[in-house]
Ligand binder design. Structure first.
Ligand code: ADP
Ligand code: MG
Length: 342
């Protein structure tokens, strides 16, 4: 964690009375997020301590967000917290892991504004409560650079059972959780000021961009059912492409089978050219996974038990590439970026 080189920069060196020192700041905003769990040692020791459940492997993932690069410097701190934790939990879900805890490294320009931290911590608190995890530790430093958030999420999976991208088989069904393309449409609304689906629809789409809902209830239930799994962060076509390529296969996706939200459906009806955005846009944090047709009932049970809708959208093929099929099976070419060739 911190070393001597950052001492002149530490918030604890700050003698202005309206600013909190590092330890006060940790106590005020971060200790409550441990929820008193003994593993976090009240954030008073050098590290946290997790005991693995019997027969489990630790699943570890880290994602960093940099102001000006991954979010706007004036972004709502609550959204930022939800996104920073959400993208990590989505990676755990894609591995079939049950989330356990997370650590947070915060590098913030001076001065750190208590109101900002309060809102940020409350976003983390809501998100961790929704997914049954707690803050295990972290580091807090100041920086002359942009605000940078790095979260490491930790989870458990039965040893040897983690879902990988590489296990898809020819003839497997391809499934998708939730709905696709909402976040990419939400970005058009938020960034470009587009009106796509009316006031309520546009608000829904923006929310889907701002607040990922990682599928932590579904992922672990797919263990020993799914042959491969990925979370859709780069866009459906690209991420199904990752499954296909690492499995040495291709995929066919039926465009008419894609699960669309009411808002996305309205946007597409008004502007059919948005189909490409739906299929290639990122940030949905849904799960795409494969399973043999004989597992269809088990997939349906996993969806029902997790409360996450799952739709069969295609098939894994021996022939490489991801192909999008329109009504009647005609191949759609969405142009550059529409699908990936390998
Ligand atoms: P060290 O100097 O031993 O690395 P620190 O002084 O950086 O420890 O941190 C003290 C304690 O506070 C540690 O338990 C650390 O995990 C915790 N901590 C510091 N910053 C954060 C943070 N942003 N979120 C959670 N815990 C934190
Ligand atoms: Mg430290």
């Amino acid at each position: 964690m911190g070393d001597t080189t950052d001492v002149p920069n530490r918030m604890s060196d700050n003698d202005e009375p309206d600013r909190l020192g590092e330890f006060d700041l940790i106590a005020a905003y971060f200790r409550p997020l441990t929820e008193g769990r003994p593993e976090a040692l009240d954030l008073k020791d050098d590290a946290g301590l997790l005991t693995p459940p019997k027969g489990c492997q630790l699943v570890v993932t880290t994602d960093a967000l940099v102001a000006g690069q991954h979010f706007l410097a004036d972004a709502d701190p609550e959204c930022l917290a939800v996104k920073a934790l959400g993208v990590n939990l989505s990676d755990l879900a894609a591995m079939g892991a049950t989330p356990a805890a997370y650590t947070l490294a915060l590098a913030a320009p001076k001065p750190i504004v208590p109101g900002w931290l309060q809102t940020f911590a409350s976003g983390l608190g809501d998100m961790q409560a929704a997914h049954g995890i707690f803050l295990l530790g972290g580091d807090t430093v100041t920086t002359n650079g942009p605000l940078t958030l790095s979260i490491t999420a930790l989870g458990w999976v039965a040893a040897g059972q983690a879902l990988r991208r590489s296990g898809a088989q020819t003839g497997d069904d391809l499934y998708l959780s939730g709905s696709i393309g909402d976040a990419a449409l939400g970005l058009l609304v938020a960034r470009d000021g587009r009106t796509l689906a009316g006031v309520d629809g546009d608000a829904f789409l923006r929310d889907r961009y701002d607040r990922p809902r990682p599928r932590t209830a579904l992922g672990p239930r797919l263990v020993s059912i799914a042959t491969s799994c990925i979370d859709v962060s780069d866009g459906l076509a690209a991420d199904v492409g990752h499954i296909a390529k690492t499995s040495g296969l291709g995929a066919e996706i039926g465009v008419q089978d894609l699960p669309l939200s009411d808002a996305a459906r309205a946007a597409l009806a008004a502007d059919p050219s948005l189909l490409k955005t739906l299929v290639t846009g990122g940030d949905d944090y849904e799960l795409a996974f494969t399973a043999p047709p004989s597992s269809a009932a088990a997939v349906a049970t996993a969806a029902r038990e997790s409360g996450v809708p799952v739709t069969r959208i295609g098939t894994m093929t021996t022939e490489p590439d991801v192909r999008l099929l329109g009504p009647g099976g005609a191949m759609l070419d969405l142009g550059p970026g529409g699908y990936r060739h390998f």
